[in-house]
Structures are given as C-alpha cells and as structure tokens.
Write a protein that binds this ligand. Structure first.
Ligand code: ZN
Ligand code: ZN
Length: 275
C-alpha cells in the first residue's frame, strides 16, 4: 500500500459509522496492518467482536473510498464531519427517530434537500449518519448544501498558483462534493452558498450573538469584528451594521449572524441571513 492509499483508507475509516470506530480495531487492522487478534488485544475487545466490526467495515469501505477524497486529507479534530467545527453545528436534524431515506434504518437523521430541474424543494428527507458520510444522498437526487464553487476556485488559485487548472477543477469538484453530499446542513435559516477561504470550504461554527462577537474580538470591539469579517458581495451598509448591532442579533433582534472559521488559516468569518 502506498502512503496515498494508506491516507485514503484512513480517511475512509474515519467516516465509518461511530459503532464501527469506537474500538478502533478496523483502523488497527486495515490501516495499521495488525492481525485481527492483535488489533482486538490492543483495543481490549473480543476477537469475535473485532472480526465482526472489520467484516461490517469492509462492506462499507468501497463506497467511502469511491468518494475520491483529497490526495492528502487534513485531519480536523471535529465531532464527525470535517467542515462542522463545533457541537452546535451538528444540530440541523430531527431529535426524534426517522427512517433513513437511503437505507431505511430508523434513527436520528440529517435533513437533506430534494433538487429538481426547476430548483430546490424543501421536502422532508432524513438521512442517517453513515449514509450521510458515504454520500448516498446523491443517488437519491438529494443534497445537503449548495456551495460557492467560484469562491473556492479563486482562493485555490491564489494559495496554489502552480496548480494546473485541470488539477484545480478536480480538487474543487472533490471538496464541493464533500460539502454538497456528505456534510449535514448547518442550522442556517435562509438558503446560502457554503463560503470558502484559502482553497478550502470554511468550517461552520455556530450562530452568534453580539456578546459572542465582543468575546471573540481580541480588544472586545465586537461591532468592528462584525464590520470587518462579514462575507458579503458588496460592502455592508453602515446604517444596517449599526441597526443590526443596536437591536442585537437573532433570536433577540432580526439579523441572524453565523460564525465560520477557515480550516487552513484559522481566521474567523461571519455570514448573515438578511443584509
Ligand atoms: Zn441510512
Ligand atoms: Zn483562510
């Protein structure tokens, strides 16, 4: 196995359902190259359990590997999904059990959107964690998010000027697919395009209040942070900035503001539902 193959396999194993990752035997056996017995011993699991987990994982891994991940995936210490960087981001599902639209299993699911030729419908489809990670919604004509491909492409060209344009479009496509088909939609009120920076899609953190922004700003100047870090096509109107700040952000006021972080440079960014 080459290093890249090993990386891809590690990437795919990290996207297995939680119950197949809890003992780590799948990783130890398939990526680490240990025998089933050694992996079981190291994980303090029974050989039978280890073998059953490996067998289940081997059925799922081809589908995960077919997702064509990054040649060198970056490890982000996130709760499950790479571009969702805080527990608050994981909330866009239903708290009651639903049948998974892809596998039929009843459990907690993430909300997927239905697309048709005319645009997007907001019918209710719930998809379980495994099917989400495996990108199975694509085959059902469903998706979770829309992305700002052009922004990703521009920033990718900026941080990596030597990358051939064919390579760049492969990378753009692969990163976009991960957001569109494998990343649960963050709890954002209005339709939005997932923003990008430094040649990566941003990590969604949470909806924030004016107090949160004051706490986040190194000098406590929350409104300046709001002004500087808001991602908008046009520079925001100063009157709107002042008004939104004065009323406070939703749920207290009317303006919903969301915090993101660049997965590469770590800089914070903000988006808003109504500007
Ligand atoms: Zn499922
Ligand atoms: Zn960045």
């Amino acid at each position: 196995m080459t290093d890249d193959e090993k990386d891809r396999l590690a990437w795919a194993t990290s996207r297995l359902p939680a119950e197949l990752r809890q003992n780590n035997v799948v990783y130890l056996h398939l990526v680490g190259g240990l025998s089933v017995e050694s992996a079981a011993r190291l994980a303090r699991a029974s050989v039978e359990l280890a073998a059953a987990e490996i067998q289940a994982a081997e059925l799922l891994l081809p589908g995960l590997l077919a997702l064509n991940p990054l040649p060198r995936p970056r490890q982000i210490p996130a709760l499950g999904f790479r571009a969702l960087v805080s527990p608050a981001a994981m909330a866009a599902g239903r708290s009651d059990a639903q049948p998974c639209a892809a596998c039929g299993k009843i459990g907690l699911g993430y909300h997927a959107l239905e697309c048709d030729a005319t645009g997007r419908l907001w019918n209710n489809h719930y998809v379980c964690e495994f099917c989400t990670r495996a990108g199975r919604v694509e085959a059902l004509g469903l998706s979770f998010n829309e992305v700002d491909r052009a922004q990703l492409d521009t920033t990718l060209a900026r941080v990596n000027p030597d990358l051939a344009s064919s390579e760049r479009s492969i990378r753009t496509e692969s990163l976009s697919r991960e957001i569109i088909f494998c990343t649960p939609r963050p709890p954002i009120l209005q339709p939005f395009l997932w923003p990008a920076h430094c040649g990566e899609y941003l990590g969604f953190v949470a909806q924030v209040s004016t107090d949160d922004l004051c706490a986040l700003s190194p000098d406590g100047d929350g409104i300046q942070l709001f002004r500087d870090r808001l991602l908008t096509a046009e520079p925001p109107d100063e009157e709107w900035i002042l008004g939104s700040w004065e009323y406070g952000f939703a749920p207290k006021g009317f303006t919903h503001v969301y915090l993101w972080r660049c997965l590469v440079c770590g800089e914070p960014f903000l988006t808003s539902d109504n500007e």
